[in-house]
Design a binder for this molecule. Structure first.
Ligand code: 13P
Length: 276
């Protein structure tokens, strides 16, 4: 029987490992994620930004995506979203977790809306991710430049009041590649590491470009979900470039193989490093 997402997270935390959450954009990505999870028998999260999920929903329907690309190792998650109706739609279709990102609002509004989503999600065992402090950068149309740091007192209030499952913190992390890591303050996570109860977990956004040592340090401080997006997009474009410079153009079968195998190799590297 398929393990519940909460149980997977609890097990990983015990083993000081983390669940990889890949932001996927198209059917090649989805095929590759399914392929690698079955090959390694390792859990992973397929997550969508709101923009791409709306696109895929329009073309194929959420039900089709879950049915076709789900299996015993894959969990579906909606990334940053403030549209309560759209979040509820994902919950109703059977997503394993959803994110309400109210980090741009004052904490009262953030908590109020988070609680609305938790009330809906908890009826069907869907986990909810919240955010405090802003992760910098625009991710598929969501967010803006300029980060802010999560504050310890706010974290304490937010996690106690909302009983959130998954907690993302702004610690100077950013979506996209980093120019430098001077603004990164893992000390915030360290200080916040004892603020959660044993059913709550930290999430690290902005996984692209972070050195292994930093990611491992955040796992030590309670991170159990690691988000990666930009690196996948870059890898996709690198694969496309390698295809167009080869001799096998106009051949969908070899193109499909290159994309799914190439992407699954990248997924595998992450899964072996942080989850397995
Ligand atoms: P990157 O684009 O930096 O990998 O961040 C992904 C992310 O945090 C998605 O929420």
């Amino acid at each position: 029987m398929k393990s519940k997402l909460k149980d997977v997270l609890l097990d990983l935390r015990k083993r000081k490992r983390a669940l990889m959450a890949f932001n996927l954009q198209n059917l090649y990505h989805l095929e590759a994620a399914k392929l690698v999870s079955e090959r390694l028998k390792v859990p992973l999260i397929i997550q969508f930004s709101e923009r791409y999920l709306r696109l895929l929903d329009e073309k194929y329907g959420i039900e089709f995506l879950i049915k076709t690309y789900g299996n015993d190792f894959i969990y579906f998650h909606l990334d940053h979203c403030i549209d309560l109706q759209f979040i509820k739609r994902c919950i109703d279709f059977g997503f394993d977790s959803v994110m309400y990102d109210g980090s741009a609002f004052d904490i009262e509004t953030n908590m109020k809306n988070t609680k609305i989503i938790i009330a809906h999600a908890s009826k069907v065992g869907c986990l909810v991710e919240g955010e405090l402090g802003k992760v910098s950068g625009v991710e598929d149309g969501f967010g803006e430049e300029g980060s802010s740091y999560a504050e310890i007192e706010e974290i304490e209030t937010y996690v106690k009041e909302t009983k959130i499952d998954l907690m993302a913190l702004g610690i100077g992390n950013a979506h996209g590649f980093y120019d430098d890591l001077k603004g990164l303050k893992t000390a915030i996570l360290k200080e916040a590491s004892n603020k959660l109860d044993d059913q709550q977990f930290y999430v690290l956004h902005g996984g692209t470009g972070l050195p292994d040592s930093i990611i491992k340090e955040t796992i030590d401080y309670g991170v159990v979900k690691i988000n990666v997006s930009t690196q996948l997009k870059k890898h996709t474009m690198d694969l496309l470039k390698s295809y167009t410079s080869g001799n096998d153009l106009y051949n969908e079968i070899s193109f499909n193989k290159l994309m799914t195998e190439g992407l699954s190799q990248l997924f595998e590297e992450y899964l072996m490093k942080y989850t397995q």
